[in-house]
Design a binder for this molecule. Structure first.
Ligand code: ATP
Length: 140
């Protein structure tokens, strides 16, 4: 069993959230692996920029999720993964998908559609949490 730690962002712009479409049609949130000497927050900012060319300000930490998967490049070794998520605000709505990472689209999607579109249940929950927090902050 190997441990893997990543960080990513729920990136808000107005009433939209940034989703990335993978080559297989799955819609996911931007995230990536934490590098040496990097904070989770720095990773999340870097990955959003690398995967979608979107510059952000971090609003706050949201939560972490856990899942396991089998890596067929490593003899089906089980990977125990943790992903740390941050609520972020985009500086603009321009987004470009990073083709080299297998992303074919990057879109700010209306909050009413994001939860349905997102592929993974744990990402759906993070999006719901982000929307609640963002609405609360906007009201205060
Ligand atoms: P990273 O973006 O952190 O560099 P990666 O692209 O190397 O990660 P993952 O996105 O973690 O890898 O995908 C590895 C496996 O885990 C795939 O089979 C994918 O379908 C599955 N997976 C990805 N995200 C989730 C999730 N939120 N919940 C459950 N399984 C997931």
């Amino acid at each position: 069993m190997r441990e893997e730690i990543s960080a990513g962002g729920v990136v808000v712009f107005g009433n939209t959230i940034l989703l990335l479409k993978k080559y297989n049609g799955d819609w996911v949130l931007p995230k990536g692996k934490v590098e040496l000497d990097e904070s989770f927050e720095q990773t999340a900012i870097r990955e959003v920029y690398e995967e979608a060319s979107v510059k952000v300000d971090v609003i706050e930490y949201l939560d972490k999720i856990h899942y396991t998967y089998k890596n067929n490049w490593e003899d089906n070794n089980v990977i125990n993964k943790t992903v740390y998520w941050f609520l972020m605000q985009a500086k603009s709505m321009d987004a470009i998908p990073l083709k080299d990472e297998g992303f074919i689209d990057a879109k700010f999607t209306h909050i009413d559609r994001c939860v349905d579109l997102a592929k993974y249940n744990d990402e759906k929950k993070i999006i719901e949490k982000a929307i609640k927090k963002y609405n609360k902050i906007s009201k205060d």
